[in-house]
Ligand binder design. Structure first.
Ligand code: PLP
Length: 373
């Protein structure tokens, strides 16, 4: 008889995939969580040159190449004035592996992990895979995470709090005051704050703030990646930043499950981080134009939607049956409940899709909304 580990039995395949599979080839896909831009040419070239010159044939250091870790550390100083020792970073296989390592290294069986609901699908699943207990916390009306709600949810069993700004699935950006609060909570309650910053550069209103800057203890670990910023989701390259002790524990897991991040991807990432940043600014400019069109279109259709300040998602409140109606008419969206039980009554729309398709989709959404009202 085949037997499976309970902590894996308690995890299901992401609801997002089911939506894709239900959609026909002709559908307009507003379900995707990846930018529709090419990886910057200088990053692709750097990988090709590294491959051609035989630099990618061997394992790199478990933590990643020294040059990439220098580039990651330098980025924090350049972007936020945060001093990071390159030794306190690990290059990972995407932000996904970084989240996995952070939870594996810090959560004991049955300890609790607090995270936003609706929130990124991996938080619940990776908590369970680490043997922990998910503790989802509902959001404010503007879909940001309230530090007071997080503080209320902390118990003796809390191992970690996951904060995600800009957020998937809401596009919400936490204020500097909130991030200071998350840092204070991590310090005062002695719990780990895992700050998922994979959308850090895709911000339209205000600025990204990292709790790493505000914490007085080493209770913040940052997860980020090239995936969204440089349109490199397929390269699988992310990283962790944390104190020496925490990095050393996460390295213990990383070295056995992964050995090292893909070498070609590390060369591409180094070039992406140190090279010209104009492609990022251009992409963010396009996302902002699309954000405005999407918010206007949803409001014109009579839907209530907090204006997303970052990432490339909008999360309107939708009437019952709306997602099915929209899908039947050929537009793929993800029902909010895929992101947690508080997501019910919402839908996530990704606008990482060309403007013409977006406008067509918004017209279909307008008609579908009228039909289900
Ligand atoms: N964190 C959030 C909030 C995400 O939306 C994603 C991907 O969708 C990830 C982490 C994982 O990113 P990566 O593709 O780098 O593994």
């Amino acid at each position: 008889m085949t037997k499976f580990a309970t902590r894996v039995e308690n995890v299901s395949i992401s609801g997002i995939r089911e939506v894709f599979e239900a959609a026909g080839d002709e559908a307009i896909n507003l379900g995707l969580g990846q930018p529709d831009f090419p990886t910057p040419a200088h990053a692709r070239r750097a990988a090709v040159e590294a491959i051609e010159s035989g630099q990618t044939d061997a394992y790199t250091s478990n933590k990643g190449t020294p040059q990439l870790r220098e580039a990651i550390a330098a980025k924090y100083d350049r972007d936020y004035g945060i001093e990071v020792d390159p030794g306190n970073t690990i290059a990972t296989s995407g932000g996904s592996e970084a989240l996995h390592l952070a939870l594996e290294a810090h959560v004991d069986p049955n300890q609790e992990v607090i995270f936003p609901d609706p929130g990124f699908v991996s938080y619940d699943a990776l908590t369970r895979i680490a043997g922990g207990t998910p503790k989802p916390v509902s959001l404010r009306d503007d879909l940001t995470l309230d530090p007071a709600a997080v503080e209320d949810a902390i118990t003796e069993e809390t191992a970690a709090v996951i904060v995600n700004s800009p957020a998937n699935p809401t596009g919400a950006v936490q204020s500097e005051a909130d991030m200071r609060e998350f840092a204070r909570i991590a310090d005062e309650h002695d719990v780990l704050c895992i700050s998922d910053e994979v959308y850090e550069h895709i911000v339209f209103d205000g600025e990204h703030h990292s709790p790493l800057k505000f914490a007085e203890t080493d209770n913040v670990v940052v997860v980020s990646a090239c995936s969204k910023t440089y349109s490199m989701t397929g390269w699988r390259l992310g990283w962790l930043v944390g104190s020496g002790d925490r990095i050393e524990r996460m390295l213990r897991v990383h070295q056995y499950v992964q050995a090292c991040a893909s070498a070609p991807a590390q060369f591409a990432a180094e070039a992406a981080l140190t090279g010209p940043q104009e492609p990022v600014a251009e992409m963010v400019g396009s996302f902002e134009e699309r954000r405005d069109v999407v918010v206007d279109g949803l409001e014109d259709a009579g839907l209530e939607v907090p204006t997303p300040s970052g990432a490339f998602y909008a999360m309107p409140k939708v009437p019952e049956g709306w997602c099915d109606e929209v899908l039947d008419r050929g537009v793929v969206v993800v029902p909010g409940e895929a992101f947690g039980s508080n997501g019910e009554g919402y839908a996530r729309l990704s606008y990482a899709t060309g403007m013409e398709e977006l406008k067509e989709a918004l017209e279909i959404i307008d008609n579908a909304t009228a039909a289900v009202r």
